[in-house]
Design a protein around this ligand. Structure first.
Ligand SMILES: *[C@@H]1O[C@H](CO)[C@@H](O)[C@H](O)[C@H]1NC(C)=O
Length: 167
């Protein structure tokens, strides 16, 4: 999903890093059995059949992202119902064993970053976005989890990815 793709880059841009000790509740539900269609390292957290957003395709160019280069995100999907104010995005980003980001955000407040506004209409949507990846991304293994839910906590989508920036 476009939202995830953009959020996924936020940690790389963020300069303020808070270090948390991981607890057992942080354990990822990673399941490679449900890859997100397209050219990127994303997997759905579980069988996406019941998700409100059906993702058709997500492409990252280049894949994987390269520090210091422009990244193009192209995505499309279909919402089976309208998404209203109150939807949330739980985002967790880890760098190795260090938790860089672990936060629950208001989805509608985040969407303008990718030129989308709430409410999101039922039906087909596509997103095209270009972002710059900072040159000074610390090399290493990043894991990202984004869990998107409606106000009444039904799953819109949930995705995870592991990205390694080589030294
Ligand atoms: C979604 O995008 C992919 C790749 O660009 C394209 O092949 C596909 O037809 C699109 N799906 C729909 C429903 O438009």
């Amino acid at each position: 999903m476009k939202l995830l793709s953009t959020l996924l880059l936020t940690p790389l841009i963020a300069s303020a890093i808070s270090v948390n000790v991981p607890s057992s509740s942080d354990v990822s539900t990673y399941d490679a059995d449900f890859p997100v269609p397209g050219s990127q390292p994303l997997n759905f957290c579980k069988d996406p059949k019941d998700y409100i957003l059906e993702v058709h395709n997500v492409d990252l160019v280049p894949n994987p992202p390269v520090p210091g280069e422009k990244l193009t995100i192209k995505a499309n999907g279909t919402f089976s119902e309208e998404i209203e104010e109150g939807a949330t995005v739980f985002l967790q980003v880890r760098y190795g064993l260090i938790t860089l980001i672990k936060q629950n955000a208001d989805m509608c407040e985040q969407l303008p970053k990718i030129d989308i506004e709430c409410p999101i209409k039922k039906g087909y949507m596509e997103v095209f976005k270009e972002v710059n990846i900072p040159r000074q991304v610390p090399p290493g293994k990043y894991t990202v989890l984004a869990d998107v839910k409606t106000k009444d906590e039904r799953a819109i989508t949930c995705m995870e990815a592991t990205i390694v920036f080589p030294r």
